[in-house]
Design a protein around this ligand. Structure first.
Ligand SMILES: CC(=O)SCCNC(=O)CCNC(=O)[C@H](O)C(C)(C)COP(=O)(O)OP(=O)(O)OC[C@H]1O[C@@H](n2cnc3c(N)ncnc32)[C@H](O)[C@@H]1OP(=O)(O)O
Ligand SMILES: CC(C)C(=O)C(=O)O
Length: 749
């Protein structure tokens, strides 16, 4: 590590709440030495933190170590020499006596150098001695060395004056209970126990470092040495995070703060340049994640139960206990979200998938729908042989159920609706009970993109919609299951509805048994709306890409569709908002045309009829057609002069006239060519579209007073990007509807 990395690591340890921090082996390198000097000289060590430095039992190295901490407020000198037979025989080639003598000699050196340093700089020192390889050392010999060190130090007291005997399992070579026995033996036998802090320093060679440390504490240890996330030689030192959070999950606060574990992980990984295993206890990326179905199911139920339990506890002012299956700790306590708690692959079940839908779409799917959607996700996961992300799942949900926005719309979508009620004809009126009522559905539905008006009736809104679909689209389905719940609270509350439909025409028993069904979901601020949307979602699944019969309007005797339906059809197909009297006029045209088909007319024929009746958007020009025009102000601009070229029943005519406006000028032109008089009864206009694509739609009703005295009326309609052109064309088309009497020529004029 560089000095910058060491500094960052030190600051993280301080932030976590550690009060005794072994910062360096200062004799090892200038980097270590200078880093310690930097901490002291830069005033970076909080008053309540002891820095600790490690040194072997060698005079030159002890001297450099003490020099490193000179001037610190509080420092622990940690000296070690190995005491086990293996090290005595192989590494040091020392007898037991020589091993004790080495420890005594260098403890004296530590004492002299620290006393001299204290006197000079005021640094308060503690002494820590490690009989290195303690767990491989004869228990009585370890005691013998430590008793000799204690006697040599000669100033062990209580509290902060305790000498620290650090008992290392330098290499973990035995089960944790064995180490605990060694610690217990040491604690029972060492003299002046109250003047000793028994420290445990375990490694993890057998993978039992945490267990050994915990048992060692139960056996009498006072203190633990470890590393954040278990870095260290070979398998590492015991992991402080793991130990601390084990205590935490037992309800004992370790006084260490890991509430932002990610920042700890970030420091450790970037300073050590080592990753954290994804399954590392508490800190790994996957430790709160359930992939398998049964785990997910339990976690989901756990959260649901806990929500209720906590609400009750809050109402009673009682504590809220964390008790979720498979989750020993609340991820939120470590600053983690519940986002990754459930992840989905081919081992996952319906519960986990439903949990994600609930978390991300706010939908609490009914159990049967969970089963159906689970199969959808399973098929994708199996096919693609990979983990399904939250986005994969929500997208699959949206497209399967045509839910959440135009991108996912199905072939049928609800545009608008009205639910009304009417009493059932034969329901008794003399009883006390309110009369039975039927619901009428009246709405516009886009069918493959074309907006259609449909109507139906039933016991409730859903069956009324299904009746409308049966009547108009020959889609025969019935509801088998319905449920709903609220989403959100207060004024933002919405209803979510879930509908399962089966084929129509089945009795209740058969419908219940039917193995074929389709689900739909709808969300709306209005509960009827959410139910209707859910029905249409399910219907979309049921119809698939089956061809639908062309929707028909019934305008004849006993008509189910009225003038407003016809006007709606024109509005949705041609974006024309017909004035009310125009609607009435066209309705008559439609009724006449539908006479031969028993009063039925398809939407396509209806639109075609409109186009041909009013020469609107057809390739066939109207008998009197505008070719071009020019409009100019006359005099002060009060009056207009219209110069116009017309195609008059195949003959090109160049005409002009004056009027108070464009329409009166146009009438003056027309009236100059005929006997009798044309006048305007009604004029209306509106825009179509917006922005730069906007067009004007104009509607004109003309009256023609024949020379015979007879009066006729007719409508003309046009649209154009130029509003004047639109108005003029509408006038010409209305005029085309009459059998106009040409003006009698006087002397050839
Ligand atoms: C158990 C632990 O993990 S303790 C921490 C271990 N950490 C480190 O060792 C990192 C820092 N160490 C170093 O920088 C170097 O090893 C130094 C500066 C301490 C010594 O460097 P060198 O003098 O070059 O010796 P070297 O690195 O070869 O160490 C081995 C020597 O130290 C001796 N030695 C090992 N441990 C100790 C000890 N606790 N007390 C006294 N001498 C010791 C060995 O017997 C050997 O001596 P020898 O050369 O006379 O045979
Ligand atoms: C110096 C000692 C405590 C050590 O690091 C060990 O034994 O692992």
């Amino acid at each position: 590590m560089t000095i910058e990395q060491k500094t960052r690591f030190f600051q993280t340890l301080v932030k976590c709440g550690l009060k005794e921090i072994e910062v360096a082996y200062p004799a090892a390198s200038d980097t270590d030495f200078n880093f310690v000097r930097g901490l002291i000289e830069g005033n970076q060590i909080p008053d309540d933190v002891w820095i600790q430095v490690l040194t072997p039992a060698r005079e030159d190295l002890i001297k450099r170590t003490v020099d490193a901490v000179a001037g610190a407020k509080k420092a622990i000198i940690h000296m070690y020499n190995a005491t086990s037979p293996c090290f005595r025989n192989i590494v040091f080639r020392n007898s037991k006596e020589e091993t004790v003598a080495l420890a005594i000699k260098h403890t004296k050196i530590v004492r002299e150098l620290t006393e001299e340093c204290s006197a000079r700089t005021g640094t308060v020192f503690r002494y820590e001695y490690s009989p290195e390889t303690f767990s491989q050392t004869e228990a009585d010999f370890a005691l013998e060395v430590c008793e000799a060190v204690k006697a040599t130090w000669g100033k062990a007291g209580t509290g902060d004056e305790r000498i620290i005997f650090n008992l290392p399992a330098t290499v973990e070579i035995a089960p944790p209970n064995h180490f605990a026995d060694q610690v217990e033996y040491f604690c029972r036998k060492i003299t002046e126990r109250e003047k000793i802090a028994v420290s445990l320093h375990v490694h993890n060679d057998r993978g039992q470092g945490v267990a050994a440390a915990e048992l060692g504490l139960l056996a009498g240890g006072d203190r633990i040495e470890g590393c954040l996330l278990g870095n260290g030689e070979r398998t590492g030192n015991v992991d402080i995070v793991n130990l601390a959070l084990n205590l935490y999950t037992q309800g004992v606060h370790p006084n260490l703060d890991f509430s932002d574990i990610q920042s700890v992980i970030d420091t450790v990984t970037s300073c050590n340049d080592l990753p954290v295993h994804p399954r590392h206890p508490y800190a790994g990326e996957l430790v709160f994640t359930a992939f398998s179905g049964s785990h997910q199911d339990a976690v989901k139920k756990g959260f649901e139960a806990q929500r209720k339990r906590w609400a009750e506890a809050e109402a009673k002012g009682e504590p809220k206990f964390w008790d979720i299956p498979y989750l020993p700790i609340d991820p939120a306590d470590l600053g983690c979200t519940y986002e990754a708690v459930i992840r989905v692959n081919s081992q996952s079940g319906k519960g986990g998938i439903a949990y994600l839908v609930q978390q991300h779409l706010g939908l609490d799917l009914p159990r049967k729908m969970q089963v159906v959607f689970y199969q959808v996700v399973q098929d994708i996961a199996d096919r693609e042989a990979r983990e399904m992300t939250v986005e994969d799942i929500t997208t699959a949900f949206r497209s399967t159920y045509h839910f959440g926005g135009s991108k996912y719309e199905g072939r049928l979508t609800l545009k608008s609706f009205k639910i009304s009620s009417e009493p059932v004809a034969d329901s008794t009126t003399d009883s006390e009970e309110p009369a039975d009522e039927r619901r009428l559905f009246d709405g516009t539905v886009a069918v493959d993109g074309a907006v259609r008006v449909i109507r139906g009736d039933g016991n409730g809104p859903l069956s009324a919609l299904l009746d409308a679909l049966r009547t108009h689209l020959d889609v025969d389905l019935q509801v088998r299951e319905y449920s709903e719940h609220a989403i959100g609270e207060g004024s933002n509350v919405k209803a979510a509805s879930y509908v399962e439909i089966v084929r129509g025409g089945q009795d209740v028993k058969d419908a219940r048994k039917s193995s074929e069904s389709w689900w739909g979901v709808g969300v709306d601020s209005d509960i009827a709306g959410s139910g209707l949307r859910a029905v249409l979602g399910a219907v979309n699944n049921a119809i698939g890409d089956r061809e639908l019969p062309e929707l028909k309007l019934s305008v004849g005797f006993n008509a189910k569709s009225g003038q407003a339906d016809v006007a709606n059809a024109i509005l949705s197909s041609l974006h024309l908002e017909l004035p009310r009297r125009f609607q009435a006029a066209f309705f008559e045209v439609v009724q006449r045309a539908a006479r031969t088909t028993g009063g039925d007319i398809s939407y396509t024929d209806l639109v075609q009829l409109f186009r041909s009746s009013y020469h609107y958007g057809t390739s066939v020009p109207s008998p009197i057609e505008l070719v071009r025009f020019n409009l100019e102000n006359v005099g002060e601009g009060e009056r207009k002069e219209l110069a116009i070229e017309l195609d008059w029943h195949g003959e090109h005519r160049k005409l002009s006239a004056e009027g108070s406006g464009v329409l009166s000028s146009a009438l003056a032109v027309l009236n100059s060519q005929i006997d009798g008089t044309l006048s305007i009864k009604e004029y209306a206009e509106h825009s179509i579209g917006d922005g730069t694509d906007v067009e004007a739609a104009s509607f004109v009703e003309l009256a023609y007073d024949h020379p015979s005295g007879k009066r006729e009326t007719a409508w003309g309609v046009s649209s154009d990007t130029d509003i004047t052109a639109s108005g003029l064309k509408a006038v010409m088309r209305a005029a085309s509807a009459f059998d106009l009497v040409p003006k009698k020529l006087v002397n050839g004029h």
